[in-house]
Design a protein around this ligand. Structure first.
Ligand code: RAM
Length: 516
């Protein structure tokens, strides 16, 4: 597929590539990962009686130990290994397995049969010819737990390990994050700390979606990371870099692609989503609100306007969004979800932000055109998607009622204020059958609750969702979480899920924006 590349914009983005901040972390001690039906995903962690026991041992064929670094890390592992016994007469064959979660250590990767590539599972098999050795792994890993398995030595020697160090990397400077008021409840402070850590570990040379997987810039994730960043790290330059990357490399028809690869040179992936392309407008709006960078707004405005035009182009004769095979929306990881009505909500939400930007830029013709489209799509939603008897928005030919449809229509503010609040109330008194799967979709529920003024309900829901993730031992917040099914994965295996995921970092945004 042809891509539209604007070299000037890409050059601006490349100039903004940040230097990464480095740190060092060593293991807290060795542990055992034990199968336990009552533990999260069936695995419990137990510290060894002597946490430094791993240093004392000499390991031969088939021996292993597991280290716990005490927190989630993103970086480069180095370690030292030496022979014990006779001079080593054969290479050392070693396997390292990295886990964000105990399940990655407990379940052999050979058992994985999900539909994403198994190459995402973090492991390394290596041969060390000369001992003793200082080894630095070239790949970046993302982990708290490390399993060290000696696959073979020889009958004449064993291997001993003295030191493991992870050189951590991030572009999020935690010293820029303001401390929270003492009076904030402890559980929310903890939730904030984990959210900040989640964001920090995803902040690399772009805002990555997850440092384990997919390790790249997705615009749906960027939008939420950016919102959290404005209340925490304030690395606005990194947002600017990401906006220029998306703006500078687009799909054939000018649509913003869903994600960007940085290496071997920046390029856009050929994945597109109706909602994700539109979010370029919302990202630019939020960026301008926070950074007041008019030059960037002026440069990137044509890209934003184009996304609105492409979105409008997908309306049917009634002014309703029609999705198709080549024009899907993301909205949530939910195969049974009809995404048309939520997408209508996204379109209206982005049109409103686009209209504000056009007004800021004094572009009267564009402003008036967008205003007409807001009226058209809002009227269409009320005429064709609103079921007055039930007080809900329906989606698709089967008139599906979902949480996502109500939430996105609330965020789009299609109904007058009081009715919008009543719509959100109804979600809890008459919960739709089609629920939500990702923290990404939950984010939008919480945002809608705050928007209509249901502050207590919003906090209650945050506690019920992210709070339970904390109870389940999250060091960083996860890509997927379903309180009813904690092994759930849209990819066929919880081994491949990402456990530090950008779109899950927003409790810090909610806490810092609405609660202090
Ligand atoms: C997943 C990514 C990312 C999301 C896309 C749509 O693969 O992890 O978070 O934006 O899907």
């Amino acid at each position: 597929m042809e891509m539209t590349v604007n070299k000037e914009m890409v050059a601006v983005a490349e100039k903004l590539t940040p230097e990464l901040i480095q740190g060092a972390a060593e293991p807290k001690g060795s542990i055992e990962v034990i199968a336990d039906e009552n533990a999260i995903q069936g695995w419990r962690v137990e510290p060894k009686r002597d946490p430094q026991e791993w240093k004392e041992g000499a390991y031969g064929k088939g021996d292993s130990f597991v280290l716990d670094f005490g927190d989630h890390l993103v970086g480069y592992l180095s370690f030292s290994v030496r022979p014990v016994g006779s001079p080593p007469d054969a290479p050392l064959k070693l396997k390292l397995v990295f886990g964000e979660m105990p399940c990655e250590i407990g379940e052999p990767f050979e058992s994985y049969d999900g539909w994403l590539s198994s190459s995402w599972l973090q492991e390394e098999t290596m041969f060390v010819d000369i001992l003793p050795a200082e080894i630095k792994l070239p790949r970046r890993y993302c982990f708290r737990y490390l399993k060290v398995e000696v696959l073979d030595t020889s009958g004449k020697y064993k291997a001993a390990f003295d030191q493991f160090v992870c050189t951590t990397v991030t572009s999020g400077d935690v010293s820029k994050v303001e401390s929270l008021p003492e009076s904030l409840p402890e559980d929310l402070k903890l939730m904030d700390r984990i959210a900040v850590k989640t964001l920090q570990d995803c902040m690399q040379t772009v805002f990555e979606d997850g440092p384990k997987r997919d390790r790249r810039l997705w615009i749906g994730d960027l939008r939420l990371q950016a919102q959290a960043n404005y209340y925490s790290f304030r690395n606005d330059e990194l947002i600017k870099r990401c906006l220029y990357l998306f703006g500078g490399m687009r799909l054939e028809d000018g649509a913003v692609g869903a994600c960007i690869f940085e290496k071997p040179h920046p390029h856009v992936d050929d994945v597109r989503f109706f909602d994700y392309s539109l979010f370029f407008v919302a990202c630019l709006y939020d960026y301008y609100e926070a950074a007041e960078d008019r030059e960037t707004l002026e440069k990137l405005w044509p890209v934003a306007m184009k996304q609105l035009e492409i979105g409008i182009d997908k309306l049917d004769e009634h002014g309703i969004v029609k999705l198709g095979v080549s024009n899907g929306s993301f909205i949530d990881w939910q195969s049974e979800l009809n995404k048309e009505t939520p997408s209508q909500g996204v379109l209206i939400y982005c049109l409103k932000r686009g209209m504000a930007l056009a007004a800021t830029l004094g572009l009267e013709k564009e402003r008036a055109y967008i205003a007409d489209q807001i009226n058209r799509t809002t009227k269409a939603a009320l005429d064709h998607l609103w079921e007055n008897d039930l007080g809900v928005f329906i989606s698709g030919a089967d008139k599906q009622v979902s949480w996502a449809s109500q939430v996105w229509m609330a965020l789009a503010e299609v109904l007058p204020q009081e009715e919008n609040a009543a719509l959100m109330d109804r979600l809890f008194t008459q919960p739709p059958a089609i629920g939500m799967t990702t923290p990404y979709m939950f984010h939008h529920l919480i945002e809608a609750l705050f928007l209509v003024g249901h502050r207590d309900k919003a906090i209650e829901q945050m506690r019920a969702y992210w709070g339970e993730m904390v109870q389940d031992g999250a060091d960083t917040f996860w890509e997927l979480y379903n309180t009813e099914d904690k092994k759930l994965s849209p990819y066929g295996s919880n081994l491949i899920n990402s456990y530090c995921h950008a779109w899950s970092c927003t409790p810090t945004y909610f806490i810092r924006k609405y609660m202090i």
